[in-house]
Structure formats: C-alpha cells, structure tokens
Design a protein around this ligand. Structure first.
Ligand SMILES: Cc1cc2nc3c(=O)[nH]c(=O)nc-3n(C[C@H](O)[C@H](O)[C@H](O)COP(=O)(O)OP(=O)(O)OC[C@H]3O[C@@H](n4cnc5c(N)ncnc54)[C@H](O)[C@@H]3O)c2cc1C
Length: 471
C-alpha cells in the first residue's frame, strides 16, 4: 500500500499540476529535501513538488492516491526524528504556501498558510501589536505546518501551551485529495469530535495541513529575565513554585542548565561568558512577562529570588537590565545544542516526567548511564517548567565516534525506561517519525497502539500519507 512504483506517467501528471516553477527532479536540487537536519537519514525521491495553492495540493494528493504512490509532506525540514525524509515517495514541500491570509485584531487570530516560516508569523502578529507565542531555536526556518504537525513546544509552553493549544481551526488535504475546510476561528464550539486535534501532532500521517487559524495574545509590555544559580534540581523546582506563586501566570520561561551544558557553551561558542562570578552546578534561566500597562516584575522577581536566597536554595542571580543583556542570557541556553555538536557526537533524549519528579529522574538517569558508559559527559538541560529535559550524553575524550554511538540503543533504552517508569513520556517534543517507531510500540499500551492504527486505517486506508512513519 502506498508503495507502488512511480511511473513516468504519474511524474508527468504531477509536473502539469504544479507547473514549471513547482517541481524539482535533478539530484543536486533534491539534496536539501532528502537529508534530515542531523544528517542521520538520507532518503531518496523521484520528484519534489512545491504546490502554490491548496487546489494544487489536493490535485497532487489525488493523483498519487489514484496511482497508490506515497507522499511525504515537508515544511522547513528541521524535524529531529527523520519524519520528513522520503524513502522513494513523492516529496510535497509546503514552501510556496506562504500567504498570511489575515490577522484579525478583534478575534485575536491569524489565518496563515502552512509554508509560512514561524518567525514570519511572529512578525505578522507583532505588526498588529499582538503576540504569537510559539518560539523555538529553529524559528527562522521551520514552518507553521511542520510546527503544527509535530505539536512543537519551545520556550513558552509553560505560559501558552504547546502548538496544539494555539490552534482554533485547520484546513487539511485528506488522503484521497479531499479538502477539509475547518478554518473556524471560534473559541467555543462543542459540536462533536474535535477533528483538528487529530491532525495536530500526527506528523503528516493523517492529512496534509495547508492552513491554520492561530490564536494570538496581548503583547508583553514588561519582561524580566534572570540567570539564577540554585543548589540542586530540587531547588530549581522550589524556585519555580515560588515564582509562580508570586507572579500568577507571569512565568513564561523556566529552563534548567547543568554545569556541563554551560561549560560546553563557554568553551565552544564565541563571545559568551558566565554571568555569575563563581562556578555553580545548577542554573535556571527564567523569564517573567506581563501585558498589563503597569506591572512591577522587577520587584516580584527580586522578592522571589530573595525568598529563595533566605531559604538557602538560591545561591546567586543575574537579572538582565536591558534587552541586550537579556539576549546574552538567552544565548547561553539557546547555544547548547550547537556547543554539543561542536564538542563531538551526542546521544540525545527528549523525555518528560511530572515536574516534581525531574530531580529524581536526573539522579536515576545519570547513575544508570554512567554505569554503562563511565566516561561519558552527561549534558542535562531544558524546559524544566514543562517537565521536559534534554538528557544527553556527549562523546568522551579518547573514545571514537563509532565506538560511542554503538552504545546508543542501550543508552536510549535505559533513559526511556526510567522516564516511562516515572509516569513520563519517551518523546516530549520531537515526535516519533522514523527514529522512535519501535519505541512507540514498546512504550504505548496495546490499547493505545491499536486505537492509533484504527485512526490511520480510517483516515488513510491505502497508506498514502507519510508511509513508514509514526505507526
Ligand atoms: C535548532 C533546533 C531547535 C529545535 N527546538 C525545538 C523545540 O524547542 N521544540 C520542539 O518541539 N521542536 C524543536 N525542534 C524540532 C523542529 O524544529 C520542530 O519539530 C518543528 O516544528 C518542525 O517544523 P518543520 O517545518 O521543520 O517540519 P519538518 O521537519 O519539515 O516536518 C516535521 C514533520 O511534520 C510533517 N509535516 C511537515 N509539514 C506538514 C504539513 N503541512 N502537513 C502535515 N505534515 C507536515 C513532516 O512530514 C514530518 O513528519 C528544533 C529543531 C532544531 C533544528
């Protein structure tokens, strides 16, 4: 199913549908579409189609469905689980579906096409004096269709939720080419199943998202960013509680960084420095924001930090007093993946556990992986406020890349087992794609796996959409 040979007749039909500007077939042009972000997956495709309208997407899908040929949708190709890499199927890039159809300051919504780059959606909202809060390090190249299909998280989930919480309506091309126009902008609509939620986070396996109505928010007028040293991960959790109690919904970001992640950044990323005078083992980057006309975030933050200091779990803090200083603090957090990459090969995890259990997870996971690989560098950082930690291992000095990476399956199993045993998830943000298909079978209950298969069969009986991914 979905695996029929691509004939020259189908290729010709697809080229006619999208026109001369809408396809690529020469090997050098195909390269960026068949290689994933990390260089882990190299796929192949006979044709990349780049439709410019929803009608073209629909016609492409209909032609492929009739020929029983699979289609892989691709946005910015920044995904980290190989989900957008084709394995011989037609690749459908959404890059030309670029229109911001409407920004509505009364409804606080933006209606945008799937190929809009996330940063452009943020900018369109800002132009209207509003905020689209989804924010992640790949925002200059990932596209909104990809964000919604992976239910992206990022740095403001604590306050605004994951991508799926930021959507009011969707337009989707279904597996037979039918267009479902669900572009409603209603805050309240209790009329049966919430179909849009099925497509959000389904990684292109149930339908191709072509446009969405997104929720916008009041723009923050006040922002306070702090880089705080705490005595332990438990202390970080206590500080989160204190900041939330003090500011209500003011905590937008609460990111944990262990010493190793900071050291990697200071060593490998130019023009960075430790904002605190002394070395500390555990850090938090936190941000409070407020959209009120008057608000004294500085006093709130100082009071919360002083409380933590008096209680003995906050050790030191740097509060940014300018936007430039705040950007410097953010850069420390955002540069960790790049610093890890420069430092050598990495075995990475994107797990989540209930927030209160993050300290226990860190301790158990560290102990377990060091038992298996005593010299590995443990790099732990991430969205502590969401219970989502990037628990990574970097290649130890003196071990070759291949020898280190040979440990990946065992280490992955160890770390994911611990997270799932602690009521957590084996993939909090990046999704399943190709990389974690076997993990989905292992960690989801048989009931859940069977429900997912039932949905796939109902939405895509011929397995046309992103075959071989997720389920
Ligand atoms: C530096 C960096 C930082 C990152 N930080 C985060 C982070 O903080 N949080 C987070 O959640 N992720 C993060 N990611 C992962 C990635 O950026 C996100 O998953 C992003 O949402 C993917 O968007 P994309 O347009 O690149 O999608 P792609 O990689 O092109 O596709 C991802 C998946 O969605 C499917 N898809 C794409 N477009 C559509 C569509 N229109 N309809 C249906 N299916 C579609 C693809 O088939 C594939 O399965 C990061 C990645 C990088 C490189």
């Amino acid at each position: 199913m979905g695996a029929a040979t691509v004939t020259s007749g189908l290729i010709g039909r697809l080229k006619d549908i999208v026109g001369a500007q809408g396809w690529l077939a020469e090997a050098p042009e195909l390269e960026p579409y068949v290689l994933d972000q990390r260089g882990w997956y190299r796929g192949h495709t006979p044709l990349v189609v780049r439709p410019a309208t929803v009608a073209e997407v629909s016609a492409v899908v209909r032609a492929c469905a009739e020929a029983r040929v699979g289609i892989v949708p691709q946005g910015g190709n920044t995904g980290l689980v190989g989900g957008a890499v084709p394995e011989g199927q037609i690749l459908l890039s959404t890059a030309r579906l670029k229109r911001i159809r409407e920004v509505d300051p009364v409804d606080f919504t933006a209606t945008v096409e799937a190929g809009c780059v996330l940063a452009d959606v943020q900018a369109a909202a800002a132009e209207a004096g509003l905020l689209f809060p989804l924010s992640l390090a790949a925002e200059g190249s990932c596209e909104i269709g990809g964000n919604l299909s992976t239910n992206a998280g990022g740095t403001a989930v604590l306050r605004y939720g994951n991508a799926r919480e930021l959507v009011l309506g969707l337009e989707v091309v279904l597996a037979d080419g039918t267009i479902w126009n669900g572009l409603r902008r209603l805050r309240k609509d209790n009329t049966g199943y919430d179909l849009k939620q099925l497509f959000l986070g389904s990684e292109g396996t149930l339908g191709i998202i072509t446009a969405a109505v997104l929720k916008l928010f009041p723009r923050p007028r006040h922002v306070r960013t702090a880089f705080v040293a705490v005595t332990s991960p438990e202390a970080a959790v206590r500080l989160l509680g204190r900041c939330r109690a003090a500011s209500g919904d003011g905590v937008t970001t609460f990111e944990y960084m262990d010493r190793t992640s900071l050291e990697l950044v200071l060593e490998h990323i130019p023009d960075t420095r430790d904002p605190l005078g002394e070395r500390h083992a555990h850090h938090v980057l936190l941000e409070l924001t407020s959209s009120r006309e008057r608000d004294d975030l500085e006093s709130l933050l100082e009071a919360a930090l002083e409380g933590g200091y008096e209680a003995g779990y906050v050790v030191d803090a740097a509060i940014a007093t300018s936007e430039a200083r705040s950007r410097e603090l953010w850069r420390l957090r955002e540069s960790i993946p790049e610093a890890e990459r420069v430092a050598g090969a990495g075995i990475k995890h994107d797990i989540s556990v209930p927030i209160a259990r993050v300290p226990e997870f860190l301790e158990r996971a560290r102990e377990a992986v060091l038992r298996e690989l005593p010299d590995a560098l443990v790099v732990a950082f991430g969205h502590l406020g969401d219970g989502n930690i990037h628990f990574n291992l970097n290649q130890p000095p003196g071990m070759t890349r291949d020898a280190f990476m040979a440990h990946m399956p065992g280490i992955n199993r160890t770390v994911m087992d611990i997270a799932v045993e602690m009521e957590g998830s084996f993939s909090a943000e990046h999704g399943v794609g190709r990389l974690k298909r076997a993990d989905l079978e292992r960690y989801k209950s048989p009931v859940e796996v069977e429900l997912m298969r039932t949905l796939k069969r109902a939405f895509d009986p011929e397995d046309i959409l992103n075959p071989g991914k997720v389920i």
